[in-house]
Ligand binder design. Structure first.
Ligand SMILES: Cc1cc2nc3c(=O)[nH]c(=O)nc-3n(C[C@H](O)[C@H](O)[C@H](O)COP(=O)(O)OP(=O)(O)OC[C@H]3O[C@@H](n4cnc5c(N)ncnc54)[C@H](O)[C@@H]3O)c2cc1C
Length: 454
């Protein structure tokens, strides 16, 4: 059965949603303001690479593209922290084989998904067309092409995957059909780069996410396939230090040499890149509901953009695509599916938004705290003893499929337990592990059968 769905946005979620819906039998048109990334070059605008984790991988597997994606991935086994004096230490992310996250190129993934969706023969991409407005009464999308010519497009079903600044969300909010709030962080980010070494070798440990945590701010680096690293500075916009203050080459060089000397030594183009590259904004989008009368549904960043500190925005967007496609069969009651999707997952969107904000504090600050390492160690020990009850929160987010809202609830209980059990303790040997496991068994219900693999 060929039925018309319009998806706005061919970033990360749009093409995957199109692919999955095409597999279900829908005929899909994807409207994207950028030109075709396969012919015009990629202009994604932000984060050159991203961390892909279990939720994203599961959705890609549902689209049948996991084997194609695999060569694009570099496993990152843990956080490698860099002290001011350049000492490094690796904190593993998980404790089982496969509990790793993967660095992936945004451009590589984008092209691959566009190709895969197109190959189904049911998906048409309308590149170079920007959505200006949407009228749900008339089911009409108003578009503008690259030459600024206006046009319209009719669709019974519209899915908004047009990202954090969603024009579709704005059109719905302006008509009073949904509520949308944007909470902009007072910190921004700047992308820089460490070039490959000789013969494409990585100049730092390849299979790690590197972090230079410095309290109020941090630098991170993710590996790329060509031997380079994409380096990102997260820092306050104002204040000292702050982006506003780093407006001259000398100030930038001094700041990096004082704070991140080992990284600065690998970045000969540091000051030029710093002054030339834009400072990106970060924020959280809260919208409610995510759908209107079964005509239009927002997914991914358009519905729930989050700050990037848990590496989950894309993963959450991909999970949206999978969960939606599992329900949106041709002939289904679309209004019922959209309403249920919005009701069920809005709490998950809020939960991952909160955890992403909390993770900024953890990454830039507490990873330096010895209590943090002890709590991590005890968390892993309790997981070994009670694998269906105690799973560290980071692992629940990154390696499991439990709904985010449930992760947040369980994580709060676990955190309280870990704080209590490690109070005044310096080493794992000082803790009565049998008593700790019993306390965890009492505090945490067994994970619902199947919920770990939603
Ligand atoms: C610095 C940074 C680092 C990040 N790191 C990670 C990470 O490690 N892991 C992770 O999971 N997530 C990460 N994210 C989040 C991730 O980038 C987003 O969550 C993800 O891109 C969301 O996908 P999306 O398809 O919803 O939106 P997008 O990927 O933003 O795609 C939206 C698309 O819609 C198009 N569009 C926009 N407006 C219009 C319009 N009016 N008309 C037509 N088309 C339009 C855009 O051109 C774009 O192609 C990071 C984000 C940032 C900013």
């Amino acid at each position: 059965m060929a039925t018309e769905v319009a998806i706005v946005g061919a970033g990360l979620a749009g093409p995957l949603a199109a692919l999955l819906l095409a597999h279900n039998g829908w005929r899909v048109t994807v409207i994207e303001r950028r030109d075709d990334p396969r012919t015009a070059g990629f202009s994604g605008g932000r984060s050159i690479n991203l961390a892909l984790a279990a939720r994203g991988l599961k959705a890609l597997a549902a689209g049948g593209v996991e084997k194609e994606v695999d060569p694009l991935l570099i496993p990152m086994r843990g956080r490698m922290t860099h002290s001011r004096s350049g000492e490094t230490s690796l904190l593993p992310y998980g404790q089982r084989p496969g509990e790793v996250i993967h660095s992936v190129s945004r451009e590589g993934l984008n092209r691959l998904l566009v190709d895969a969706a197109e190959r189904t023969g049911r998906v048409t991409f309308l590149f170079g067309h920007r959505l200006e407005d949407y009228d749900p009464e008339r089911k009409t999308l108003s578009l503008v092409d690259g030459a600024n010519h206006p046009g319209t497009f009719q669709a019974d079903i519209v899915i908004g995957a047009d990202g954090a600044g969603s024009a579709l969300r704005q059109a719905l909010a302006e008509r009073g059909l949904i509520r949308a709030d944007e909470d902009i962080l007072d910190h921004g980010y700047k992308e820089l780069s460490i070039a490959p070494g000789a013969h494409g070798a990585h100049r730092m440990e390849r299979e790690a996410l590197h972090i230079w945590p410095r309290g109020g701010y941090m630098l991170i680096a993710l590996p790329n396939l060509d031997g380079s690293f994409t380096v990102t500075l997260f820092l306050g916009r104002e204040g000292e230090p702050g982006f506003a203050q780093l407006d001259r080459a000398e100030a930038v060089q001094t700041f990096f040499e004082n704070e991140f000397a080992d990284a600065a030594a690998l970045m000969p183009r540091l000051t030029d890149d710093f002054l030339a590259n834009p400072t990106g904004a970060l924020g959280t989008v809260y919208s409610q509901p995510w759908q209107v009368e079964g005509k239009v549904l927002l997914i991914g960043d358009a519905a729930h953009a989050i700050v990037p500190f848990h590496g989950q925005g894309m993963n959450a967007a991909f999970e949206d695509c999978r969960l939606l496609a599992e329900r949106l069969e041709p002939g289904c009651d679309v209004e019922q599916v959209f309403a249920q999707f919005s009701r069920d997952h809005k709490p998950d969107g809020d939960a991952i938004a909160k955890m992403a904000l909390e993770n900024y504090i953890e990454m830039r600050d507490t990873v330096r705290d010895p209590g943090f390492a002890l709590r991590k160690e005890l968390g892993f020990e309790l997981e070994r003893r009670l694998p269906d009850r105690f799973v560290p929160r980071y692992s629940m987010v990154m390696f499991h499929h439990l709904p985010y809202a449930e992760v947040l609830r369980r994580g709060a209980i676990q955190h309280e337990l870990l704080m209590r059990l490690t109070r005044d303790k310096n080493k794992l040997e000082e803790i009565d592990l049998d008593a700790a496991a019993e306390a965890a068994r009492q505090a945490l219900p067994s994970m619902r059968k199947g919920s770990m693999h939603r």
